[in-house]
Every structure is written in structure tokens, then in C-alpha cells.
Design a protein around this ligand. Structure first.
Ligand code: K1U
Ligand code: ZN
Length: 166
């Protein structure tokens, strides 16, 4: 089932997600629905926060052919190295792209859909995407990494297109 995606500046996107205490069938159904929502959008990542579900769950697939679906539950970055600048987009901020600096190489520990702990090493786009999605779980959007001027301009643009009240 496809889930509705919250759009910036919806305050629910600022919610800090809670740890998943038990990975069960309900978790797996949410993960399945999140993959469906992400592939349909289309996007290369989705955090549970974006579908108004406030548990620490992320899905990612940066391939063109849906060949590498990655599910990260309760993800933690355990190593990071270097810096990379990437032009990011966000399904919660449609049609807006800006460069953000993040760590280049990361090692992440998480649970998979079976509740088993695993580790994944990532660099470049996969690393950027994991960090972008982990920010969502902490109520942070990629636009928060931009200058106040760019943030004001974005809000003005959204107001003009009547997507923001006041
Ligand atoms: O979190 C999100 O809103 C998903 C976001 C992930 C992301 C993209 C780029 C850099 C960092 C994080 C997106 O998927 S935006 C859409 C997008 O990038 C894309 C869509 C279709 C094909 C390829 C890319
Ligand atoms: Zn996003």
C-alpha cells in the first residue's frame, strides 16, 4: 500500500523518531509499504518520519532497477571519514535541489527486517542518502543545512505557490 508523504514545512517532519523495540510483522508491513511508496514516488530513500510514522526505520535503493533494497532499523553511524558535497533532493521538499556537505565514508550498524544486527559500509551517494534519511529520523531536513537566506527564499517560493499558509 502506498502511503501519503508529508511535505515541508509540516511540523510533523520535526518529530524525533523512537527506537523500534521489537521487529515484528507490523514492522515488516510498514517496511513493505515504505518501499512501495519510495519506488512509486520515485525516490532513492524514505524515512518513516516522512510517512508520519515515528519509529527509527529507513528504506533505501539507489539502483535504477530496484535491485538493492536496503532496510535500516535503529541505524547508528559507528565510523565516519572524509567529506563530500552532493546535490540533494527530498520527497518532502518536491522539485528543490541544493548541495549539502556530509561525511563521505560511513559505517552503519542497524537491524534488518528479521531483527538481526548487521553492518554496512557506504560512500558517495549511498552514504549521502543514509545520512539524509537518518537526519529525517531526528526531525532534520536537508534544507536545515542551507544558509538562512536560502531557507527564507524557499519558504517565500512555497508561499507564492500557496503551499504554505500566512
Ligand atoms: O528522503 C527523501 O526524501 C528521499 C530522497 C533521498 C535523497 C536523494 C538525493 C540525495 C540525498 C537523499 C530522494 O529520493 S529525492 C528524489 C531523487 O533523488 C531521485 C528520484 C528518482 C531517481 C533518482 C533520484
Ligand atoms: Zn528527504
Amino acid at each position: 500500500m502506498k502511503l501519503p508523504i508529508l511535505h515541508y514545512p509540516d511540523k510533523r517532519l520535526r518529530t524525533i523518531a523512537k527506537e523500534v523495540s521489537k521487529v515484528d510483522d507490523e514492522t515488516r508491513l510498514l517496511v513493505k509499504n515504505m518501499f512501495e511508496t519510495m519506488y512509486d514516488a520515485p525516490g532513492i530513500g524514505l524515512a518513516a518520519t516522512q510517512v508520519d510514522h515515528h519509529e527509527r526505520i529507513i528504506v533505501i535503493d539507489i539502483t535504477n532497477d530496484k535491485s538493492n533494497p536496503i532496510c535500516l532499523i535503529n541505524p547508528e553511524i559507528i565510523e565516519k571519514d572524509g567529506e563530500i558535497e552532493w546535490e540533494e533532493g527530498c520527497l518532502s521538499v518536491p522539485k528543490y535541489y541544493e548541495s549539502v556537505k556530509r561525511a563521505n565514508k560511513i559505517k552503519v550498524r542497524a537491524l534488518n527486517e528479521m531483527g538481526e544486527t548487521y553492518e554496512i559500509e557506504a560512500d558517495e551517494l549511498l552514504s549521502v542518502c543514509i545520512q539524509h534519511e537518518m537526519d529525517h529520523l531526528n526531525g532534520i531536513l536537508f534544507v536545515d543545512h542551507l544558509s538562512k537566506l536560502k531557507q527564507r527564499r524557499l519558504l517565500e517560493k512555497l508561499k507564492k505557490t500557496a503551499k504554505v499558509k500566512n
